[in-house]
Design a protein around this ligand. Structure first.
Ligand code: PLP
Length: 406
């Protein structure tokens, strides 16, 4: 079946903008995806017809907005196949979801001499919170190394687990290398030792089917804005048995049951972790984005993006002096590369002037750059609205940059 890419593109108004008088080619989807009209309209409609603060009011609008917000929570539950809606916590994004677990789980379960395992390929969001929490609690942070092709060294991981390991936190998909990590195996190994696992799903949810029960993740984090929904909203999935044992992350309204002058009792899940007025419009956007993905079909999206990746890899490798970073057999639709000794920023500036948005630099993964001994990379990351013709334009732009800079 042919993928209806032109029909899909028509849903994304920004794709028809021109930059430097050239049609925009948007290959920075790993940083944030563009939004379809359906999502933009859902947000506008919320403000036109439903806007109200939720959970507190008994009047019509408040009840309606509360119902819509709680419905969004359950749509997300279905999307990632969680067991119950109250295991879905709304946050500001992946970063806040991970910070919540680092602060709350850390306070409850991490003590001096304990160990946390992460990997060298992590985004700063799944790195700095653990580093700082371990420093504070006098625990040790250990890093799973990589194989040549950018896969995790699973033998090293196996050997890293000790009786002191309290948590494993790894990414589902590397935002630099594109590697799709064997999360089921990572989790199964940790669970043999009763160690919970947090998966950073920021780069995964928009590109593949995610089933948190099947993978048996204890925590799974992702952001709305990387899955065609608005910025400022994200999700923390946590197994009830962990969330129940963890203390609140922030204090204030919504997260309380009763407040006295001397003490406070806390609300039940999920509200215990949602202090203050939430991002209701964001939840409306995420709900609509999930419906959009469902109508398009995650399997079809996955298959089409794999075709884009295959074509882009083959075309870029035609250019002499191109070096790819991340060649694992299971790879998501993004390519990090360098050419000759050209600095990624210099190349990025020329590619930009040709109307193509790619990301350049350390990609929020400085430890990985240090590990690979490179200053950064140029990254083209694809979404299901991209086309082979756009990849051809990227290849021409890379050739031009090389010509000008060598
Ligand atoms: N984790 C990964 C793998 C990412 O790629 C990103 C963003 O690029 C994040 C976490 C942070 O996401 P956010 O900035 O939406 O919190």
């Amino acid at each position: 079946m042919v993928f209806p890419v032109e029909k899909i593109r028509a849903d994304f108004p920004i794709l028809s903008t021109r930059v430097y008088n050239k049609p925009l080619v948007y290959f920075d989807n790993a940083a944030t995806t563009q939004k379809p009209l359906q999502v933009i309209r859902a947000i506008t409609e919320y403000y036109e017809k439903e806007n109200c603060n939720i959970h507190r009011g008994v009047h019509f609008l408040s009840v309606r907005a509360t119902e819509a917000y709680e419905d969004a929570r359950c749509v997300i539950r279905d999307f990632i196949h969680a067991k119950s809606c109250h295991e879905i916590i709304f946050t500001r994004g992946t970063t806040e979801s991970i910070n919540l677990v680092a602060a709350s789980f850390g306070k409850q379960f991490i003590h001096e001499g304990d160990e946390v395992i992460t990997s060298v390929m992590e985004h700063h969001s799944n790195f700095v919170p653990w580093q700082q929490m371990c420093l504070e609690r006098k625990a040790t942070l250990k890093f799973i190394p990589l194989l040549e092709d950018g896969s995790l060294d699973m033998d090293a991981y196996r050997e890293m687990i000790t009786p002191n390991t309290r948590l494993v936190a790894v990414t589902h998909i590397s935002n630099v290398l594109g590697t799709i990590n064997p999360v089921n195996e990572i989790i199964a190994l940790a669970h043999q030792h009763n160690i919970p696992v947090l998966i950073d799903g920021a780069q995964a949810v928009a590109h593949m089917n995610v089933d948190v029960q099947e993978m048996d993740a204890d925590f799974y984090c992702f952001s709305g804005h990387k899955m065609y929904a608005p910025m400022g909203i994200g999700i923390l999935y946590g197994k009830e048995r962990w969330l129940e044992q963890m203390p609140p992350y922030q204090m204030g309204g919504e997260m309380i049951k009763e407040v006295f002058f001397t003490h406070t009792t806390f609300n039940e899940l999920p509200f215990k972790f949602e202090a203050g007025t939430p991002n209701v419009e964001g939840a409306m956007g995420v709900r609509t984005a999930i419906r959009y993905l469902g109508e398009t079909g995650m399997d079809r999206i996955d298959a089409y993006e794999k075709e884009l990746l295959g074509y882009a890899t083959q075309r870029l490798l035609e250019i002499d002096g191109i070096q790819l970073y991340g060649t694992a057999p299971h790879k998501a639709s993004l390519i990090s590369f360098l050419m000759n000794n050209i600095h990624p920023y210099d190349a990025g500036m020329i590619i930009d002037k040709l109307g193509i948005a790619v990301r350049t630099g350390h990609l929020c993964a400085q430890p990985l750059m240090e590990y690979l001994k490179i200053p950064g990379t140029i990254r083209a990351s694809f979404a299901f609205y991209n086309t082979n013709e756009e990849i051809d334009r990227l290849v021409e732009a890379v050739k031009k940059a090389k010509e000008m800079l060598l």
